[in-house]
Design a protein around this ligand. Sequence first.
Ligand code: AHG
Ligand code: MN
Ligand code: MN
Ligand code: MN
Length: 333
Amino acid sequence: MRRVTLTQFLIEQQRAGRTTPELRLLIEVVARAVKAISVNVSKGALAGILGEAGTDNVQGEAQKKLDVIANEILLQANEWGGHLAAMASEEVEEVHQIPFDYPKGGYLLLFDPLDGSSNIDVNISVGTIFSVLRNPEGDGEPTEQNFLQRGRDQVAAGYALYGPSTLLILTVGNGVHGFTLDREMGSFIYTHPYMMVPADTQEFAINASNARHWEPPVQRYIGELQEGKNGPRGRDFNMRWVASMVADVHRVLTRGGIFMYPMDEKCRDKGGKLRLMYEANPMAMLVEQAGGAATTGRERIMDVQPHKLHQRVPVILGSANEVERVTKYHLEG
Ligand code: AHG
Ligand code: MN
Ligand code: MN
Ligand code: MN
C-alpha cells in the first residue's frame, strides 16, 4: 500500500490550487507542534507535567501545566516561519504578535492548545483545535478587530486528537481528511480520506448533569431521545460524553452523532460554554465539510458575527437531520 504523508497530501492540494505555499507551511508547522504536544501528553507523570500550573487564564479557569506547555509549543513553533500575521489562543488574553525580528505573513492562526484539560490527570483523550483566517489588508500590527471574522471565512480548520493514536484531522475547504501519527517515522500518514457524517444517527453527546439548567427546546429534544423506541422517535438512542470536545466531535466525524453544549442557565451570562473562535468555528467547518450541520440552536455557527476574541456560543453539531430538528425546536419556541 502506498503511504501518503501529510507533506505529500498538502503538496498535491497546492498543485490542485486548493492551498497556497504559505498555508501549506502553516499546516506543516502546526503538525510539527502537535507532534511535540503528543510527546508531552504521552509522557504524563514521567515528565512531571500533570496537575495544576497554579495560574488562571482569561476564561477564569485554573490552567493545567499541559495547557501552558501546549500553548508555548504552538506559539514558539509558529512565530518564526513567516506565514503568520498574528495568533490568538484560549490561554492568552490579547492578540499574540509576531516578534519584530521575524518576517510576517498573510494568515491569522487561532487555537485551543489543549482541549479537554479536565481529562489530562485521568489519562483520557485530549486534543488541540485550530482555525486559520486571512489577515485583512492594512498596515501595522493586527488587532483583535482583524480576528473578528465569521466562521464561514475560515480558510482551514482542524484538530489533533491525543488518544490511543495521535490523529490530525484537517480541512482546507475540500472535504475532511485524517492523518495518523506514525511515531517511529515521526510523520503523519493519510489514513482517513473524505470523512463523512451520516445525516441520521442514534447517538448523542451532552453533559446531562446540566439537564435542569437547559432551555425547554433542549429538554424536549433530549427527553424524546431518552424515551427510546416507545417514544415519539420510535427508536433507542445511546449516549456518550467524554468531556473533551475533540474526542466527542471525533466520534461524530467517525460514525455520526449529535454533540451539544447548548445554552443553559449556568452559562447564560457568558453566552454559552464553548468558545466561538477556536472551538465552535473550526469544529463547525469540519462538520459541515463532512456533510453535517452546526448551529447555536438559532443560527448557523459559521454565520455568527464575532464581537470579541474569547466570545462563547451554544454549540449543536453533527448529523444533519438531528441538528435540524433541535434547531427547529428552538425556532418554534
Ligand atoms: P478546555 O479544556 O479547552 O477549556 O475545553 C473544555 C470544554 C470541552 O472540551 C468540553 O466539551 C467541555 O468543556 C466539557 O464540559 P463539562 O465540564 O461540562 O463536561
Ligand atoms: Mn480551558
Ligand atoms: Mn476546549
Ligand atoms: Mn483548552
